[in-house]
Design a protein. Sequence first.
Lengths: 259, 259, 259, 259
Amino acid sequence: MIKVTVWGENVHERTNDVVAKVYPDGMHAVIAAALGADSSIETTTATLDQDDEHGLSEELLAQTDVLTWWGHAAHGKVKDEIVERVKKRVLEGMGLIVLHSGHYSKIFKSLMGTTCSLTWREAGEKERLWVCNPGHPIVQGIDKYFELPHVEMYGEPFAVPVPDEQIFISWFEGGEVFRSGMVFNRGNGKVFYFCPGHETYPIYYDENIQLVLKNAVKYLHRPEGTWVDSCPNVPVDQAPEPITRQGEGLHQDGDEGFK
Amino acid sequence: MIKVTVWGENVHERTNDVVAKVYPDGMHAVIAAALGADSSIETTTATLDQDDEHGLSEELLAQTDVLTWWGHAAHGKVKDEIVERVKKRVLEGMGLIVLHSGHYSKIFKSLMGTTCSLTWREAGEKERLWVCNPGHPIVQGIDKYFELPHVEMYGEPFAVPVPDEQIFISWFEGGEVFRSGMVFNRGNGKVFYFCPGHETYPIYYDENIQLVLKNAVKYLHRPEGTWVDSCPNVPVDQAPEPITRQGEGLHQDGDEGFK
Amino acid sequence: MIKVTVWGENVHERTNDVVAKVYPDGMHAVIAAALGADSSIETTTATLDQDDEHGLSEELLAQTDVLTWWGHAAHGKVKDEIVERVKKRVLEGMGLIVLHSGHYSKIFKSLMGTTCSLTWREAGEKERLWVCNPGHPIVQGIDKYFELPHVEMYGEPFAVPVPDEQIFISWFEGGEVFRSGMVFNRGNGKVFYFCPGHETYPIYYDENIQLVLKNAVKYLHRPEGTWVDSCPNVPVDQAPEPITRQGEGLHQDGDEGFK
Amino acid sequence: MIKVTVWGENVHERTNDVVAKVYPDGMHAVIAAALGADSSIETTTATLDQDDEHGLSEELLAQTDVLTWWGHAAHGKVKDEIVERVKKRVLEGMGLIVLHSGHYSKIFKSLMGTTCSLTWREAGEKERLWVCNPGHPIVQGIDKYFELPHVEMYGEPFAVPVPDEQIFISWFEGGEVFRSGMVFNRGNGKVFYFCPGHETYPIYYDENIQLVLKNAVKYLHRPEGTWVDSCPNVPVDQAPEPITRQGEGLHQDGDEGFK
């Protein structure tokens, strides 16, 4: 079983009537149910205000194969300590699916190293997601494209590094385009950014969206386990080859401590 | 004229006799003199303890085309606010040359999104830097390889994303290898990581090192200027195409405020 | 002066009245005039039937800094020998701008290693090219986007490797999207694929198109010269380090001849 | 079961006594036996002179999940038609492992688009392969590095595009370095270049080499099947969106025939 933790900010759902009507139990509940319907996936949910760790304890993350992240109104309320904890796990090999407005989350910006800015408009317009990479595991079962009738538009320029894999590019009714599905390799983990998911539209009930998310979970999962790195000193007597060490006199005591 | 700011931590030079003997005025002074010897480069220096902005005022950074960064013992003392200021400028288009132990600086880790760990040993061994990309502007004037007689070894695995350009790979006497010169595109800026430069060896006096640094400054400089991004709303009446807006009813007032 | 050779297939212009009316002297003539209007660019033209080398002699290519390539109806008539000659120069450092239907030219497919397939429709629809990389030299002077009123649509999936730089993505009236401007590093040269340019529309008279082409020429030009590679044997007595050669007995005479 | 076809040039083994002694049944036999020892892998072999298709019939390739390729003395004897057949399958999703001197094979050069040149020396020296990507599926079970006592040296610069994944970098006794394990995504397939394997040394009997090859087969295999592309016309009446077609008058009859 692939263990997925679905993280939801869960703010709009409690403060906005429109959103509450679409997602009465929160977006995280709908996403978790969709993923959990797959017999190889086991889900847990966690939310911002669940506890003082935003529901993301060391124990839970250690057992999480893939984490999904939805946030929007409260990016700034996510504690830096928890962001570092999540990032550490991604770099060790945990998969991370960043959804929609998560482009501006601390965790995504931290993994990209760029501003992650874009252009946007909320007008309930139509989005058509084109598959750029038809043989890719993430799009199996998806046709050449699929549509969402009402979305928030996200447009280029999207300020991220060149991705490792380009999966989707979107066409918007209002005239914009957007790289709406991309995979970034970071450390031993993979990050999948997936654009759709505005809180006022029932996007996570969409069958194609659910299929992409299931495929992505399977693609990001590393059955071989994860890998913890360090910055180890290799002492001279453990060097693979002999060293003449003519420069030894310059060695400065205690340098090891700087790392 | 290309305006270069040479930033030096300048801690070892004042606290360690070996280092002070090699670099009596600080490493930054030697690097700045080497770069300034090129008629197209104008240099300024800045150091950690120079003032409460580490010598990196908004004004200076706004006028800097390329910044070089050397730090080791005091990465943790660089204020987060100054790191963000430097990062903002890199993403706008300022070039950044990260030297040696700068692999663990806040600014480099922040731009890479990974741990930037490596293996290391200080034994004064020989390093041979091989050119992987002989037609690249950064290696013009450099032969197939060049050598440094005494260095600190940095070895693989180097935990960074796949680079945009692979410039050098090093061979070490003690048996390791290292991707010792790489270019990463981040936002509108370019980052050049260059491995050599341990403080106890006279590496910045080396002619090949100085040539690589001059070439890198010219390669990272963007004569067309820099670009400041944002995350702009594109109102419906400014959309390139008409929008049916069937989903308008779902619009939530004040959503613009979330960005 | 940057020396640009503008290559045109020049078939449609002579066989189709619609095209002849738009480009009476051939598309290459319009492109060359546009580029040549820049004081730093000097142009030559060459066409498929000009001579038995398609106008691309060794001498001309040796002096060409950047080559532009437009072909459509007669990809198969370009001799393999000339394709190899052009490819060799690109890998040495000559810039190559591949235009529109050149996506299926022998030279582009050969440099990409993939099928370079796409989807297409000719209906005179509108194309809007969005800038993905606003600080890039190729888009200086271009606004957030520009439009072409009538084009042939090219759509995703575009079967190329992930590019080194994503410059433009296009929106089409008929509902498709396309990665319409991309830079690929190949050997010591850079390849810029640029989508617009169907022969029945006056696209190469467009000011934005002409500006992009001028910018691209300057970006692809390598003032430091080009680099010719080989696959050299490094004899044992020229090895940087001594070799124990315990395996010497296995050495097979004449192996050098295989390369 | 993953179906692997092990292709061997099988020339040296029949013409050179040293090689025949190391590989009496051919290198392909040893590689196939090693892979076949894994319970999830089923192997077939094919060789240059087996029949007039080099043993690579359409039927065999259609059923092959991963192909391994070793060639050296007879690259020029591989028919272009068979190279195209193999390439088509790689772009559809078949994995390809290119071994050692296969860097100069037609199939590898064709997929890379570059010269694939390198430097080399045959002196039976020691090679140490460092893992650059410790969490990667291909290196599971491999320590930080492993050594081969006697190899042909391959050195930088290796004229290939920047890889999608950097797996190994080698250190050589004689002083060179080499990017000895890299993954390149091409179309829907993945290509793994793996440096070791000179014919005069018993490299394919090495346990670490065999483990890497088994891991690579599993990593390159696409259980979701492969994907055949085309360059389809999307007629106007099948466009996702209505088109004003103001440019229709310019349409040129029969243009579809050009593709």
